[in-house]
Design a protein around this ligand. Structure first.
Ligand code: PDD
Length: 280
């Protein structure tokens, strides 16, 4: 793979970042994941706008302009021959060569790293035909989940807990209400109505969420943005998640309780089709 580090395109084995980098020492970093379908970036603009917001919220400098970011994304997709896959981008606050809780001076150069992940079959994913089985776990993350930081240890542990339980993923619960999935936004469907948590600091403002809610409205589907409990989710007709890496993923089981007939529901299936049709 050819990767990008601070202005240079390099073989992945030659890419280097300082051991004092605050991304490494303090998870002082933000990221974006943009999907690639048919060699084209999906919703780059949305990801670039959210990246800027994450940087602003953490008073982190922009590493380069949006146009330059787009150019780097495109070049990596081309250099690595990606038809279906992902582009991962990370910006860290960089380092002034030591470990300190206090931020380094404002003129410290941020670290910018990008790499691609080749994922043939991303659109035609067999997992989406089966649907995902999920478990629920307590949401013990910090209170600014709207900022896309690389503090992913708990979501990563959540995924491991799901695997240990023979499931695919976990939904996180706060005060009885579902916040979101480990790496996706969460939805249930009851009597034809799509229900999802409203945007706040409690969840990531998903780029796929925004696109899918627009598509649902255009397809005359009813959408309600409100909190829903895990108990309500278990009684739903269907459920699904959205993310840049899995698009729309039907959920067929929550904590061992099958939803509907235990297969992907019609609304989730339809939304996945619409999303892929529009993207391809
Ligand atoms: N995750 N919620 C969380 C906690 C996420 O990590 C993600 C994305 C989403 C969905 O956001 P979007 O639709 O913009 O991808 C929601 C990415 C894909 C990841 O960590 O790999």
């Amino acid at each position: 793979r050819t990767v990008y580090v601070n202005g240079e395109y390099l073989p992945e084995t030659e890419a280097k970042v300082s051991i004092f980098d605050r991304g490494f020492l303090m998870a002082d970093a933000v990221y974006e994941v943009t999907s690639v379908l048919d060699g084209k970036l999906i919703d780059f603009e949305g990801h670039a706008v959210r990246l800027k917001r994450s940087l602003d919220e953490l008073q982190m400098a922009e590493p380069c302009s949006k146009d330059e970011l787009l150019e780097i994304h495109r070049k990596l997709v081309e250099l690595n021959g990606i038809t279906e896959g992902l582009v991962y981008l990370q910006v860290t606050r960089g380092s002034d060569g030591d470990r300190d809780f206090v931020f380094p001076s404002a003129d410290t150069k941020p670290t910018l790293v990008l790499f691609t992940q080749n994922k043939p079959g991303l659109a035609d994913n067999p997992a989406a035909k089966k649907g995902a089985k999920i478990i629920s776990i307590e949401d013990i993350r910090w209170g600014r989940r709207d900022i896309k930081t690389v503090q992913l240890l708990y979501p990563s542990m959540g995924k491991m807990m799901a695997k240990a339980a023979g499931c695919d993923d976990a939904w996180m619960i706060e005060d009885g209400y579902v916040t979101e999935g480990t790496s996706n936004n969460a939805y249930i469907v009851k009597n034809g109505k799509i229900i999802t948590r409203p945007l706040s600091n409690d969840i990531l403002h998903g780029i796929t969420r925004k696109a899918v809610l627009r598509m649902a409205a255009e397809a005359q589907m009813e959408v309600e943005e409100r909190l829903f409990t895990i108990d309500e989710a278990k009684e739903a007709d269907e459920a699904f998640t959205t993310s840049a890496s899995a698009f729309v993923m039907p959920v067929v089981e929550i904590d061992g309780v099958a939803l509907g007939d235990g297969t992907p529901g019609p609304i989730a299936t339809r939304l996945r089709e619409i999303y892929l049709d529009e993207s391809l």
